[in-house]
Design a protein around this ligand. Structure first.
Ligand code: CP3
Length: 340
């Protein structure tokens, strides 16, 4: 059905003439047209208006040409639907005016009817699918429960999310209650996204690597696995964990169709740790897009040679940075498309 089905083939482990390519945060601030919309509408207005979300999602497809679209939205729309107030503060990023610090606060967080609270997301998916006209697949996503907890407890972005860890280790029962509420909401949310038309989903565990391996099991992976188990028979799931190379073996046995890796884990190690069979996605250092286009091309070809063309999805190891020249982003995508 979908004309460019490279991503779907790679997710099934089928052989391809070249790997598919997309970039995390490909609909973002490095695109001048995105910045024009950003001047007119604040962040969550862009997320909540299906016409704007559609326009932004399709922008990189037309301007850069990756093999998949990812819906413009945010992982934080889920806790918003759970009645936690969250803003996007210019110059600060995510901002929670009343962070969750106590068990009592956790009790106030609800598991909402996602169909009602997040209807705007499902409308955006339907509109985007129409606009894409089956040219490329559409990826839906959610944050991992741990990564969402990080923002809800810390109240904003952080290098080490120390307050989030403090809460988990000093109030573990409450922390687990919160993680389970986020998990239940996320499962319902992703199932509705699938019904609305997404072709694959990615779980972003951006801060999983801040936990030591045992704590990662307890506070992150346990919940990731619940989500994967609930979704895997309906849609291919990509599990991305930044800094989570130590968990690749377990992730490879989870039912996920692909695993995202960051640039600190070499292709060879990622293949070894994940057992050599599962599709891997990644792992170009986003800062390497500051290199000259010709150098980007060489490095991308090296990356594909290292991972192999099959069971592989070319991507960055984390989101694209806001000040990357558009031509460098295009060089990254073109380099994969030129690969023979
Ligand atoms: O990949 C895509 O282009 C799809 C859209 C997408 C966004 N956020 C749009 C966005 C996706 C997949 C996300 C996921 C997300 N959001 C994550 C996980 C992935 C990751 O990069 O780690 C996280 C941790 C968030 C929370 C969040 N939202 C942060 C940390 C920020 C950046 C704040 C800042 O100012 O630096 C956001 C805002 C955000 N989400 C932007 C975009 C394009 C930029 C802000 C803007 O346009 O106003």
């Amino acid at each position: 059905m979908i004309k460019n089905d490279l991503l779907l083939k790679a997710l099934k482990g089928e052989s391809v003439e070249r790997p598919p390519v997309w970039m995390m945060r490909q609909a973002g601030r490095y695109l001048p047209d995105f910045m024009k919309l950003k001047e007119k509408y604040d962040f969550f207005t862009r997320c909540r208006t299906p016409e704007l979300a559609t326009e932004i999602t399709v922008m990189p497809i037309r301007q850069i040409g990756p093999d998949a679209a990812i819906l413009f939205s945010d992982i934080l729309v889920v806790p918003q639907a759970m009645q936690v107030e969250i803003e996007m503060k210019p110059g600060v990023g995510p901002w929670v005016p009343n962070p969750i610090k106590t068990a009592k606060k956790v009790d106030e967080v609800i598991v909402p009817d996602v169909k009602e609270e997040l209807d705007y997301v499902f409308q955006a998916i339907k509109m985007t699918k129409q606009e894409l006209n089956d040219e490329v697949p559409l990826i839906g996503f959610a944050g991992s429960p741990w990564t969402i907890l990080c923002y809800l407890v810390q109240g904003q972005g952080s290098k080490n999310f120390d307050k989030a860890k403090k809460f988990c280790f000093s109030e573990p029962i409450a922390a687990h209650r919160l993680l389970q509420k986020i998990t239940d909401t996320t499962i319902a949310y992703l199932k509705e996204k699938v019904k609305a038309g997404v072709d694959a989903v990615q779980l972003f565990d951006s801060w999983g690597g801040l936990l030591e391996p045992k704590d990662y099991q307890e506070f992150s992976w346990k919940y990731m696995q619940q989500i994967i188990t609930a979704l895997k028979d309906e849609v291919p799931v990509i599990a991305y964990g930044k800094g989570c190379w130590f968990a690749l073996k377990q992730m490879s046995q989870s039912g996920a169709s692909a695993l995202g890796v960051d640039w600190t884990c070499e292709a060879r190690n990622a293949r070894y740790l994940s057992g050599g069979q599962i599709t891997l996605q990644g792992n170009f250092d986003p800062a390497r897009l500051y290199s000259k286009p010709q150098e980007i091309r060489y490095m991308v070809h090296d990356m594909i040679n290292a991972f192999g063309k099959d069971r592989y999805i070319a991507n960055l190891g984390h989101g694209i940075l806001p000040d990357i020249p558009v031509e460098n982003a295009r060089a990254f995508v073109d380099a994969v498309k030129e690969y023979r």
